[in-house]
Design a protein around this ligand. Structure first.
Ligand code: URA
Length: 425
């Protein structure tokens, strides 16, 4: 087999054979296929796509590139959730301990933020002492003792995807349905969860800007999961505007703790409960009541134990950025637009996100949103507070927000989009 013929097949809109796929994934993982060759193949796939048979084989080959985890020794059914990435998407933080409080085991292997979307591990690292990296044995111990664990995927899990995702990130080949579906599902299937709920984001702040694309991505992933024996369901959820009222690491931890304490923004609570119900149903725990577990403090109790088990201090003060800048409403009326991409980009420029995988993030950086679309605002009222340790970044953040925050007349037509738009099973 030679890589040039594999690249030519896809470049010329052909179908890759199972043997070509198995060989190219294995050879790339071993370093026999060079980055520039894989990057050319990724671009050919980005431009010409792959059919469902090719995607299934590509996913299977990425799973086979590494180890598979096994949670069958746990006394509880396993349920996991994966979001395709958004702005202010802190849902994993309250969701994992909530679902554990309802009786499932939640092995939540999470990632770091890249570009304008935040990463769960970066958020949790704002908590003093908290550790993202656990051995497989430590992970199983926390799962057994607490019921939920949120940690980084080990190097042994789908190593082909680790290499390929880093390459796609720097070659403009991320936003491809076959590549996203196989990337996410290879990790989730290798992780060994019994059931999986996918939160497929749609809107300006998501990889999928249009509902049709989000549907296609969701149904591809549901089919892949189901074919591998994982009970898989997808919710298509809104990412035209950020989730909740904060975007940024420590700011989002604070808001998540508010949700666990029975408060927090309604959209965050609604989505957390909707995903929890799906996870519990898929895990066969249909009688569990996640709303009760939020209200009676048991979800908060699981959160505290989960954070402590990973070295964090749930009572420690969270980091606060050194400088703040308040953006006020220029006129009175109705806030009609608070664009998720603009807010995500601004938070990233303030230091909440990273441009390259090895860059550090600022724990305190980010944006607080004092009004959400549909709210009535008065001229001069604070709309946003920008937080950063590097105030020279304020002008760049303000530039990102330009055109993304719009106030219309008080009677401006405004149709609220529900957080959960569709369910695909
Ligand atoms: N998240 C992943 O894990 N992979 C992708 O390709 C996109 C988002």
């Amino acid at each position: 087999m030679d890589v040039i013929s594999v690249i030519r097949t896809k470049r010329d809109r052909g179908e890759l054979t199972p043997a070509q796929i198995d060989w190219v994934i294995d050879a790339y993982t071993r370093g026999e296929v060079a980055h520039e060759q894989m990057s050319s193949l990724a671009m050919a796939i980005f431009l010409n796509g792959m059919n469902r048979t090719e995607i299934a084989r590509w996913t299977a080959a990425m799973i086979a590139s590494g180890e598979r985890m096994d949670f069958s020794s746990l006394p509880r059914p396993t349920a996991d959730k994966h979001s395709t990435g958004g702005v202010g998407d802190k849902i994993t933080l309250p969701l994992a301990p909530l679902v554990a409080a309802c009786g499932a085991a939640v092995p939540q292997l999470s990632g770091r933020g890249l570009g304008h979307t935040g990463g769960t591990l970066d958020k949790l690292e704002a908590i003093p002492g908290w550790r993202a990296t656990l051995s497989n044995a430590e992970m199983l111990d926390v799962l057994r003792d607490v019921g939920s664990v949120i940690c980084a995927a080990g190097d042994g899990l789908a190593p082909a995807d680790k290499k390929l995702y880093a390459l796609r990130d720097v070659t403009g080949t991320v936003e491809s349905i076959p590549l996203i579906a196989s990337s996410i599902m290879s990790k989730k299937i290798a992780e060994g969860t019994g059931s999986l709920v996918l939160d497929v984001k749609v809107g300006s702040g998501a990889f999928m800007k249009h509902l049709d694309d989000a549907r296609e991505l969701a149904s591809t992933m549901v089919e892949l999961g189901t074919d591998h024996g994982v009970r898989t369901v997808a919710l298509l959820t809104d990412m035209a505007t950020p989730l909740g009222r904060t975007a940024g690491n420590a700011l989002e931890v604070r808001e998540s703790v508010e949700v666990l304490a029975g408060g927090g923004p309604q959209d965050v609570v609604d989505l957390t409960l909707a995903l929890a119900r799906e996870m519990l149903d898929a895990a066969g725990l249909k009688d569990a009541d996640p709303a009760k577990a939020l209200a009676d403090g048991s979800a908060m109790d699981h959160w505290r134990r989960m954070i402590s088990a990973q070295g964090g201090d749930p009572d420690a003060a969270l980091p606060v950025a050194r400088e703040q800048h308040v953006v006020t409403a220029a006129s009175s009326g109705t806030l009609t637009t608070l664009d998720a991409y603009a807010v995500g980009l601004a938070a990233w420029r303030l230091g909440a996100g990273r441009a390259r995988k090895e860059d550090p993030v600022q724990a305190g950086a980010g944006i607080e949103m004092h009004a959400k679309p549909g709210d009535t605002v008065t001229a001069g009222q604070p709309l946003l507070t920008l937080h950063t340790d590097t105030p020279e970044k304020f002008p760049y953040a303000l530039e990102a927000l330009d055109g993304g925050v719009l106030v219309g007349p008080e009677d401006a037509a405004f149709a609220a989009t529900p957080v959960v738009r569709e369910r695909i099973a």
